[in-house]
Design a protein around this ligand. Structure first.
Ligand code: DX5
Ligand code: ZN
Length: 216
């Protein structure tokens, strides 16, 4: 299981310390939540923090763009070291074009689905994707409650990926805990984002290890 701790839940007064904790842990990626206050009812952080992460993070940056209009920013996120750039299905009228422009930068291309968006809407694009992110909360905030229907969506997505012979990874984002992580693994998830579960833990490194080494 790929573990992607969410920087949104880090302590921004001591960001370097939290980045080092992730560098030295069993985590695989850094999950980077970019929010514009338009697509989601919150604003997180932008290029200066992304630039700082690029300098200090020693693992791939898994960038989740919660932007109403992501296209003008794709090249800059790639330049700032994004390994994965994930855009929202709900925000992209010309999703095929957006995916191609992510790939042209050399980054891997992901699409995120809000909780209400059905998986089958990806059927014509899934073969082109490197990652599908299933939102298991409504995007905008860390620390929310996991939406149980995600297990069903995850299994459906797994079937679609097999049917279309896609190599896309399935990532689950929002409300992931030590309790639901094994069930998500069973449903076919390859990667789990964890914000609150990691950063509110008394021992974040140990919690990352537990998520990484759980048995379904
Ligand atoms: C929510 C973000 C998530 C968030 C997850 O809009 O996309 O990545 O940081 O945080 P937790 O794990 O606390 O739900
Ligand atoms: Zn996210």
């Amino acid at each position: 299981m790929i573990i992607s701790p969410s920087v949104l839940s880090a302590n921004f007064l001591h960001l370097e310390k939290d980045i080092e904790m992730i560098n030295n842990s069993q985590a695989d990626w850094f999950h980077v939540d970019i929010m514009d206050g338009v697509f989601v009812p919150n604003i997180s952080f932008g290029m200066p923090v992304m630039n700082a992460l690029h300098k200090a993070a020693k693992k791939p940056l898994d960038v989740h763009l919660m932007l109403a209009n992501p296209d003008p920013y794709i090249a800059e996120f790639a330049r700032l070291g994004a390994t994965f750039i994930t855009v929202h299905y709900e925000a992209c009228t010309h999703l095929h074009r957006t995916i191609q422009s992510i790939k042209q930068t050399g980054a891997k291309a992901g699409v995120a689905l809000n909780p209400h968006t059905p998986v089958h809407l990806l059927s014509e694009i899934i073969a082109d994707l490197d990652l599908v992110l299933l939102m298991s909360v409504n995007p905008g905030f860390g620390g929310q409650k996991f939406i149980e229907n995600t297990y069903h969506k995850c299994a459906e997505l797994k079937a679609l990926i097999l049917e279309k012979q896609s190599h896309a990874l399935i990532e689950i984002d929002g409300g992931v805990t030590l309790a639901n992580a094994p069930l998500l693994q069973k449903a076919g998830a390859h990667a789990l984002v964890a914000g609150n579960t990691v950063f509110s833990s008394p021992n974040p490194t140990e919690t990352i290890m537990q998520l990484k080494n759980m048995n379904p």
